[in-house]
Design a protein around this ligand. Structure first.
Ligand code: SAM
Length: 275
């Protein structure tokens, strides 16, 4: 695939990108050798770790479904949305409510290219390449103001993004910005890596930090503090597979498992609401 440029940021196939490594772990095809090399470290040296990507993605989709069916919210902002994959936020939301609008935001130029290709036939979606650390730039982007009515409640999806934001870049300030610039009744979904759980996951954190030169995994208390001023809804901050697991008859999708793996414990999920 030819390298393309957006907003001064070219696609560089020689350097791994977070979006493409994640795509590779999810079984996608939008990745290069440099991305697969990093993904293979996880697959080979940290067996079972790929479950994180699937558990995270599944929790995000459950959250979208839940918001679309129970809150009346019809507009979503997906921050650090990643490359389009099997099911995406707009597809799940629009399955329940076809009028749902989704603004996808990611810093990776490849997400813009592939996202636009997927979305060009959908009037209710936009994808923009803006840094999540620049929330004002996102909110005031012409595509955002055209698509999103900020006077009405929105769902802000922060799925597997804030652990890519270091402490000195003020991740709490990012959430606070959206809290302060959204209507009462808005929802915030977060998923986030939990730090220091055991030697295997400490090694995974080291590999990611070394590869991307950034990243900060956090304790549940630190994740809770990112949601300051918002009401964290049941069941609180829990491993992603335990976040409102799908009911299947009398059981739920993790109910039959005896225990979660260390990897499934590694990614936490929570839903919060602005009063
Ligand atoms: N949110 C999706 C999910 O949970 O399935 C994708 C998560 S993926 C692990 C993280 C995404 O965040 C990548 O697509 C990456 O390009 C994007 N990202 C990382 N840092 C970012 C930043 N500063 N601004 C915007 N996007 C960023």
């Amino acid at each position: 695939m030819a390298a393309m440029t957006n907003a001064g940021s070219p696609i560089d196939p020689t350097r791994p990108s977070i979006a493409r490594v994640y795509d590779y772990l999810l079984g996608g095809k939008d990745n290069y050798a440099a991305d697969r090399e990093v993904g293979d470290v996880f697959k080979r040296d940290l067996p079972g770790s790929v479950a994180i990507a699937f558990a995270n993605r599944a929790a995000l989709m459950r959250a979208v479904s839940e918001i679309a069916t129970t809150t009346g919210i019809r507009q979503f902002i997906d921050l650090g949305s990643g490359l389009p994959t099997a099911d995406n936020v707009h597809q799940v939301a629009q399955r329940h409510a076809p009028e749902s609008r989704v603004l996808y935001v990611d810093i990776d130029p490849q997400v813009l290219v592939h996202g636009r290709a997927l979305l060009e036939s959908n009037d209710h979606t936009r994808v923009i390449a803006v840094d999540v650390r620049n929330p004002e730039g996102i909110r005031t982007h012409p595509d955002a103001t055209e698509l999103i009515d900020f006077k009405r409640p929105v769902a802000v999806m922060l799925s597997a993004i804030l652990h890519h934001v270091n402490d000195d870049e003020d991740p709490a300030g990012i959430v606070r910005y959206w809290r302060d610039h959204t209507a009462a009744g808005s929802y915030f979904f977060i998923s986030h890596f939990r730090s220091g759980r055991n030697p295997q996951t400490v090694e995974a954190e080291r590999v990611l930090q070394q590869t991307f030169g950034r990243g900060r995994w956090r304790t549940d208390a630190e994740i809770a503090s990112l949601l300051d001023g918002l009401e964290i809804l049941d069941p609180g901050i829990v491993p992603a597979p335990l976040w409102r697991p799908e009911e299947t008859g009398n059981t739920c999708d993790v109910g039959e498992k005896q225990e979660l793996t260390v990897w499934e414990h590694l990614i936490a999920a929570a839903l919060a609401r602005k009063a």
